[in-house]
Design a protein around this ligand. Structure first.
Ligand code: UDP
Ligand code: MG
Length: 341
């Protein structure tokens, strides 16, 4: 695209909008319809970085079609489905803007709030502006409950700077993005990492809308994975659970010792199958839980030592920044996405 190269050469990109998408063919047209006028009206040089997270549906084809009439749309396609946070990493690594907004593709986060975020960041010189969900009534009861538990836990673990009810809709300054890029973390959970950076931040409230189309890409298993990554990424406290359980079991053991010795002295030692069996099963379960907890941390160490990239870029419709990001790019790959059947 000649216009795009011109834009690259003469105008530094002020705003990048990073959108991870996985099988979002149903939501994509509505997203473009709502996002594009907002950005046009904003009137600053911008790019929309659509990160196609290994979609198997027509997402790639639709993106290629939208690009024909929208030069600001840039497509970064990953080789395989790498997960929401890894797709976000790919987008942040490659975004060129002085400010970077991350947005979900399903329009649960309103693009209309982007100008407010940018204005707030510029007016007050902030590096981070969180989109904070003022109203989650559109989410299911279970999602609201689990989100409530999750944020309470996270504030305890990662500190009170973690805003409650702030997901991955946020604006970051170039300084904040560069700080994130410099982190060695592999299993990233941005909603904890970003507040942890300690940059000056502000908030913009919004109403969480229902998913515009398609189905959630965060089934229960992935939610649990995110929660485990969040906890193990920020705290070694669960490892201490083993110590506390051990201490508790020791106290119980002392009491039982008194009981068994008394029973022995009184000559009433034959019955006891129930207590014995319960004791064995209990200790076995506690030990397995502790080994499992230990395993989570060993797993993190293992991943960190392997130090593999968390995503691979198949193609990027803009020229890749030199040495940009963890993703290796295959130069043999065509620049224009090939529509899938
Ligand atoms: N997503 C992704 N890769 C994945 C799963 C999700 O890029 O493996 C994207 C998805 O397309 C969406 C965003 O992450 O743009 C949030 O996912 P979703 O809306 O399904 O999560 P929920 O809002 O239900 O928590
Ligand atoms: Mg969603």
């Amino acid at each position: 695209m000649p216009e795009e190269r011109d834009a690259e050469r003469h105008e530094p990109v002020v705003l990048s909008v990073v959108i991870p998408m996985f099988n979002e063919e149903e939501a994509l047209p509505a997203l473009v319809t709502r996002l594009r006028p907002v950005l046009t009206e904003l009137g600053v040089p911008h790019e929309v970085v659509a990160v196609d997270d290994g979609s198997g549906d027509r997402t790639a084809e639709l993106l290629a079609a939208f690009r024909l009439g929208w030069p600001e749309l840039r497509v970064v396609a990953l080789r395989r489905n790498s997960g929401h946070q890894a797709a976000l990493t790919a987008g942040l690594d490659r975004a060129r803007g002085a400010y970077v907004v991350s947005l979900d593709a399903d329009l649960q986060d309103p693009p209309e709030k982007i100008p407010d975020m940018l204005a707030l960041a510029r007016a007050q010189g902030l590096d981070i502006v969180y989109g904070v969900r003022a109203d989650r009534s559109s989410d299911s009861g279970f999602k609201r409950w689990s989100a409530g538990v999750y944020y309470r836990l996270m504030r305890r673990l990662a500190g009170p700077s973690v805003p409650a009810q702030a997901g991955d809709f946020r604006l970051l300054s170039r300084a904040a993005v560069d700080a994130l890029k410099a982190l060695p973390d592999q299993q990233r959970v941005y909603r904890l990492l970003v507040p942890w950076l300690g940059f000056p931040s502000g908030q913009v409230a919004y109403e969480r809308a229902p998913r515009t189309a398609g189905r959630t890409k965060y089934p229960l298993g992935r939610m649990i994975r995110l929660a485990v990554d969040s906890v193990t990424g920020f705290s070694a406290a669960p490892l201490r659970i083993a110590t506390w359980l051990g201490a508790g079991a020791f106290v119980v053991c002392l009491a039982l010792l008194v009981y068994t010795l008394t029973a022995f002295a009184l000559g009433r030692t034959v019955p006891g199958w129930t207590s014995l069996f319960t004791g064995i099963v209990f200790i076995g379960a506690v030990q397995l839980i502790c080994v499992g907890l230990l395993g989570e941390y060993v797993g993190r160490i293992y991943t960190a030592v392997q130090n593999r990239p968390t995503y691979f870029v198949r193609h990027d419709t803009a020229a890749p920044s030199p040495g940009g990001g963890a993703g290796a790019e295959d130069p043999k790959e065509p620049r224009v996405p090939v529509p899938r059947a």
